[in-house]
Design a protein around this ligand. Structure first.
Ligand SMILES: [Zn+2]
Ligand SMILES: [Zn+2]
Length: 423
């Protein structure tokens, strides 16, 4: 029997929750970050009955209420790669049908794709800054979604920089230049539109400025302090709810001001410097600088959340495991006692007037792209799939028509309307 990684992860979280629950029983003024009773599920009264109230979310099996917001962590980790935890990305789903990706860090699309959401619904990406652990998987969404049925261009929003070359517009334009071979060879065989990226760059110094306003959704940005000018944080308001996503930042007064009254407030909460030395192979002075000057320490994260008092706080940007999570949690609890999630990949929050629930997403390891309302597009009639070949290379083709001819004929007969003109 194969054990699915996500199921194993959920089990690990469950067991960790029980262990931590016991550990925290002896610590006053603290609250277990995994609600163990909910993790166990509600009472099962009949051997054949379903078990209600499980700490699990199975993507695609629950309709989102018209008044409801759902947030899924598609990446919560670090710049260096880890099989079990991708870099920053959060998917926000609204009851009005809108979906937004906040950051798209390296490796995160494996999680996002495992949700099996049609690519046409994943067309809006908001970048906090241009470190690879926050936008490195744009290539995967761009080219992967293009080949898997997206019908429209991607839309990307992001901040300007101290100079033009440090801004999002420059990054996207040169991203497409770097991927020119990819773009040219695909555009000559696939529909053109979904290979395009429309970029909206806004002033990184904008103070709570509106950067998106459609369909009852307002997204605003405000500056962050991280590695240089440019990084920002976002708030999203819809239907009386307020979601706040802080990208990387040293604690800053703008977050304190503009994240107030958030229903869900996500802010980075970095590893302790000792963890960066012991497990991330950083020299002690580098570790101290990165963990406390470039990023936000657990203690500082707690102070931020105590100041803004969200309905629910989410800490991310650390490899979440047995060896790390307790010390980070204890650090946060030195300065914050409110509702808190220690995020890891696929953690899911449902936000309603009645409350905010945290569950772990349980997904398939073998996701495929799924059909959406708009059929997958055909390529353009004048596309030339040989446009980037020379005759010398084409002359090297070996004849396999006798081997595959019958299979191709049968396929074309199965889709008569698609192939009628030529046959
Ligand atoms: Zn960064
Ligand atoms: Zn980062």
């Amino acid at each position: 029997m194969r054990i699915r990684r996500s199921s194993a992860l959920a089990l690990v979280m469950f067991v960790a929750g029980i262990a931590l629950g016991g550990y925290l029983m002896s610590h006053q003024n603290t609250r277990p970050f995994v609600p163990t009773v909910e993790a166990a599920g509600d009472k099962v009264t009949d051997p054949n009955a379903p078990a209600p109230g499980r700490y699990a979310y199975y993507p695609g099996t629950e309709a989102l209420g018209p008044d409801e917001m759902r947030v899924i962590a598609c990446g919560t980790g670090m710049p260096s790669a880890r099989h079990g935890q991708a870099a920053t990305s959060f998917l926000v789903e609204l009851g009005n049908g809108e979906k937004f990706l906040f950051d798209i860090g390296t490796h995160s699309m494996g999680n996002t794709a495992s949700l099996m959401i049609p690519y046409d619904f994943l067309d809006k990406v908001f970048l906090s800054h241009l470190h690879t652990d926050h936008w490195g998987d744009l290539a995967t969404l761009w080219a992967g979604g293009w080949t898997a049925g997206r019908t429209q261009p991607l839309r990307v929003w992001g901040p300007s920089g101290k100079t033009e070359e440090m801004g999002t517009k420059y990054a996207i334009e040169h991203f497409l230049k770097a991927y020119n071979w990819d773009y040219q060879t695909r555009v000559s065989a696939l529909a053109d539109a979904p290979g395009q990226i429309s970029v909206t760059e806004f002033d990184y110094m904008g103070m709570n400025q509106i950067v998106y306003q459609e369909n009852g959704v307002t997204i605003r940005s405000f500056p962050a302090i991280h590695s240089g000018d440019g990084p920002i944080s976002y708030s999203l308001e819809w239907n009386g709810y307020k979601f706040v996503f802080g990208g990387d930042s040293f604690p800053n007064k703008w977050f304190i001001e503009h994240a107030k009254d958030a229903d869900l407030a996500i802010h980075e909460c970095f590893h302790l410097p000792e963890q960066m030395v012991k497990m991330y192979n950083q020299a002690p002075p580098v570790a101290l600088f990165v963990a406390t000057k470039i990023h936000t320490s657990p203690q500082a994260f707690g102070k931020i959340m105590s100041a803004i008092q969200p309905r629910h706080a989410v800490a991310y940007h650390f490899f979440n495991e047995e060896e790390t999570r307790y010390a980070i949690y204890e650090g946060v609890r030195e300065t914050y006692s409110g509702p808190l999630s220690m995020a890891t990949d696929l953690m899911t929050w449902n936000i309603t007037r009645d409350g905010i629930t945290e569950r772990m997403g349980v997904v398939t390891e073998e996701a495929w792209a799924v059909d959406g309302p708009v059929p997958a597009p055909n390529n353009e009639p004048d596309d030339d799939p040989n446009a980037w070949f020379t005759d010398e290379i084409l002359a090297g083709k070996w004849d396999v028509s006798d081997a595959e001819g019958q299979m191709i004929r049968e396929f074309m007969e199965a889709f008569p309307s698609a192939f009628q003109p030529q046959n």
